[in-house]
Design a binder for this molecule. Structure first.
Ligand code: NAD
Ligand code: MG
Length: 417
């Protein structure tokens, strides 16, 4: 039996992970589950999976969960806060940690799991965007294996040659790794989100519910908005550079509305390998859990005859300014990706709360990127300071816009990052 900790078990990825674990209960033992504030949902999961530990980030929610767990006569020990999250990632009985917290909030626990040398299944892309090189260095030191859960990166991972593992043995110069493997480039696919065909002039008025109604995937609200702005594809471009030791020059983003091909790898001999399947996160989660073996996921077969056709197009840069901003940050390196990510998290949260327009998201990110000097991301402290600065500035920009002191629209087409 393999011991598993699921960080962020009450979220979309967390729930899908528990579904897969329940379907393979003879192989996995749930050691710990964690959530932010949803004590009721975490309690239900404790009743079902009987973990040794449950962690609530929020202190009041932890008290409420502890009370319920005791009254139900469960043996689960309830911990609270960031130290609790870190503690359940390094337990000796835990072999696999599923990193499924949303945003930068997942960084400390993901890093702890990597430092503890665990098998870390990474759904939570934001820490990789912020400090990917540092995470890779720590994994090399500890012997941790990273297995991508994000569907595109999991697809790329599956299309790599047998024996490919993350991280590689050496902190190789970007491109050497792919060249060595005979890879010419990576084709990173994306659906284009719900507004691919929406006229640009209508985008300023779209609502949070419209932005979260993804045409092919069912996901948490933050990543759904990121998909609608295509910031998600931008973050994934940076994530791919980190995981596969490459640069944006060797990655082509391809819009593929059906979300059937989850990404592809092109080799120097002209072969293009892709991973296909119905858009259901249980496939990459199951692959990552069982790798290098295979097991049942509960996902239905892909019916290509019913789908009929697969379409491809280039992303429209005017439509998706976030993609341009993310590509700029990927090329700039240093603290730029962390600044981009932090400003995006603040702007998306405000959009979801009704305090910023959809098109305001890219505008705020661009303002923050132009306000802050980019530094070399040498230490975690430097990156965390950049993250804090970007959040502070993003809040101020949004507040000023709301107070009507800033122009309602600011050009998002001008300045490269
Ligand atoms: P979600 O919002 O549905 O769930 C987030 C989870 O994190 C919840 O359990 C929540 O309680 C917990 N959480 C939130 N804030 C926290 C905090 N401050 N401290 C501790 N825990 C906190 O998110 P999701 O859609 O499941 O996405 C999770 C991650 O996986 C994201 O980074 C996302 O980009 C990535 N991802 C998701 C999907 C998907 O299909 N949902 C696909 C690919 C990648
Ligand atoms: Mg993805």
């Amino acid at each position: 039996m393999q011991g598993v900790t699921v960080l962020g078990s009450t979220g979309s990825i967390g729930i899908n992970t528990l579904d897969v674990l329940a379907g393979n209960a003879d192989r996995y033992h749930v050691v710990a589950l964690t959530a932010n504030q949803q004590s009721e949902r975490l309690f239900e999961q404790c009743r079902r999976f009987k973990p040794e530990f449950a962690v609530m980030m929020d202190d009041a929610a932890a008290l409420s969960l502890r009370d319920r767990v005791r009254r139900a006569g469960l043996a689960t020990e309830v911990l609270a806060g960031i130290e609790g999250l870190k503690a359940v990632t390094r337990l000796s009985q835990v072999e696999t940690v599923v990193a499924a917290i949303v945003g930068a909030a997942g960084l400390p626990s993901t890093l702890e799991a990597v430092k503890a040398g665990k098998r870390v299944l990474i759904a939570n892309k934001e820490p990789l965007v912020m400090v990917g090189d540092l995470i890779m260095d720590q994994a090399r030191l500890s012997g941790a294996k990273l297995i991508p859960v994000d569907s595109e990166h999991n697809a790329i991972f599956q299309c790599m040659p047998a024996g490919f593992a993350i991280p590689g043995k050496l902190p190789t110069v970007a491109d050497d790794v792919l060249q060595h493997l005979g890879v010419r480039r990576i084709l990173l696919t994306g659906s284009g989100g719900p507004f691919r065909a929406t006229p640009i002039e209508d985008l300023a008025r779209v609502t949070p519910d419209q932005a979260c109604a993804h045409p092919t995937w069912s996901m948490g609200r933050k990543i759904s908005v990121d998909s609608a702005t295509m910031m998600n594809k931008g973050l994934e471009l940076i994530e791919a550079c980190r995981l596969f030791s490459t640069t944006p020059d060797h990655i082509q983003i391809v819009v593929h509305p059906q979300s059937v091909i989850h990404s592809m790898v092109e080799y120097v001999d002209g072969s293009v390998l892709g991973q296909l399947g119905v858009p259901d996160m249980r496939t990459p989660i199951t692959h990552a859990l069982a790798w290098p073996e295979r097991m049942q996921s509960g996902v239905e077969s892909l019916d290509l005859l019913a789908i009929g056709r697969l379409d491809f197009e280039a992303p429209n840069p005017g439509h998706f300014p976030c993609l341009r901003l993310a590509e700029g940050a990927a090329r700039r390196g240093g603290t730029a990706p962390a600044l981009l990510n932090a400003a995006n998290e603040v702007a998306v949260a405000r959009f979801l709360a009704g305090g910023l327009s959809f098109t305001g998201i890219a505008e705020v990110i661009e303002q923050v990127l132009s306000d802050v000097a980019i530094e070399a991301a040498e230490t975690l402290d430097v990156v965390l300071a950049a993250d804090a600065r970007a959040r502070d500035l993003a809040v101020r920009h949004i507040d000023r816009r709301q107070a009507g002191k800033a122009p309602a629209t600011v050009s998002v087409t001008g300045r490269p990052v």
